[in-house]
Design a binder for this molecule. Structure first.
Ligand SMILES: Nc1nc2c(ncn2[C@@H]2O[C@H](COP(=O)(O)OP(=O)(O)OP(=O)(O)O)[C@@H](O)[C@H]2O)c(=O)[nH]1
Length: 321
């Protein structure tokens, strides 16, 4: 049975999540899409706005689903599966729209923690909407809004129709998350191929490093707690050593590391090793052989809160000695 692809829509309050969702549902894509809405408050408003094109809209309004103590999301996912298994419900994609104040991290964990959910759903990607008019201020004021950017597989810049200058913001976002590509979306209008089949959580070689070359400016760069670093290493690495380095980093900094991903060059091994993780959960697997005409080196991206950059760089640099 093909797993149901899951897309998480996140982004700060008013970023344009519902607008995008409505656009997706009204496109002629041929998918049957179920939606989980998380809203604050008793009265579900968004599900009346998004219309009747979804196979099923489940509204979770007892608080925020990112709250780690809440098993409301897990229950909603299991209910959807029950509906499918009893032939009461048919859908092949699921979109979860988070509240503007949700941290996508714990929501992501739900797809790795529960066996039935892991087997039947496949987390495809996290889409983070960023309001081009207000983002600069929100990012400086709320670490949460930075975390939403840090987790993203795609950053969707909304309201560029009314924002005056987007270039500084785009640079800031790229420094925070060097993995996610940035796309402009106006009133939810965007090609669905940018949003679906991203394979953000599948072990593959889509590293997609987009970090720009640093530009020196006279005006100080805004302070970001979330940043990303990219590490390259051209010496073959010992598998045992690398797993030791990762384990040690995770013991100390699991809460700081939002997402990390890499393609590694391993000693005495002709295949590439792919690894990826979200906070404490990570996995690794062998990929295809290195090609004779490709540059053989390890590339790793770490995205996190107050990243211990020096420690990460030093530990990996020591591996070549
Ligand atoms: N000018 C302009 N307005 C937009 C765009 N996208 C969304 N909006 C408007 O921004 C407002 C907020 O959009 P929503 O889609 O409700 O945002 P949201 O992220 O779902 O908001 P919350 O659920 O409160 O977090 C609405 O008035 C939208 O019409 C855009 O690209 N350009």
């Amino acid at each position: 049975m093909k797993p149901i692809a899951v897309t998480i829509l996140t982004g700060f309050l008013g970023a344009g999540k519902t607008t995008l969702l409505r656009h997706i549902l009204n496109e002629n894509h041929g998918y049957k899409i179920a939606v989980i809405e998380n809203e604050f408050g008793e009265v579900p408003i968004d599900n009346t706005i998004i219309g009747d094109r979804a196979s099923r809209i489940t509204t979770l309004s007892n608080g925020c689903i990112c709250c780690s103590k809440s098993d409301e999301l897990e229950n909603a996912l299991l209910d959807l599966l029950d509906g499918v298994d009893k032939n009461q419900l048919e859908f092949d994609r699921l979109i979860i729209e988070c509240t503007g104040m949700a941290d996508p991290g714990p929501i992501t964990q739900a797809f790795f923690a529960h066996e039935r959910i892991c087997q039947r759903f496949l987390l495809d990607g996290i889409l983070t909407l960023v309001d081009a008019v207000h983002a600069d201020q929100q990012l400086s004021q709320f670490t949460l809004s930075q975390a939403q950017v840090g987790y993203a597989d795609r950053i969707l810049l909304t309201k560029t129709d009314i924002a005056t200058d987007n270039e500084a913001l785009i640079q800031r976002l790229q420094l925070m998350n060097a993995r996610a590509s940035i796309h402009k979306v106006t009133h939810g209008n965007i090609d669905l191929s940018v949003l679906f089949d991203i394979e953000g959580f599948v072990l593959n070689d889509k590293l997609n490093v987009t970090a720009p070359t640093p530009v020196f400016r006279r005006i100080p760069q805004p302070q970001n707690n979330i940043q990303s670093i990219v590490i390259y290493h051209d010496q073959p690495l010992e598998l045992m050593q690398i797993s030791e380095v990762m384990e040690n980093l995770l013991v100390k900094f699991a809460d700081n590391l939002l997402r990390y991903k890499g393609i590694l060059l391993i000693k005495d091994e002709s295949r590439r090793l792919l690894f990826q993780g979200v906070q404490r959960l990570y996995n690794a697997d062998w990929d295809r052989e290195w090609l004779s005409d490709e540059e053989q080196k390890s590339t790793m991206i770490f995205i996190g809160i107050d990243l211990p950059e020096e420690e990460i760089r030093t530990k990996f640099a020591e591996l070549s000695n």
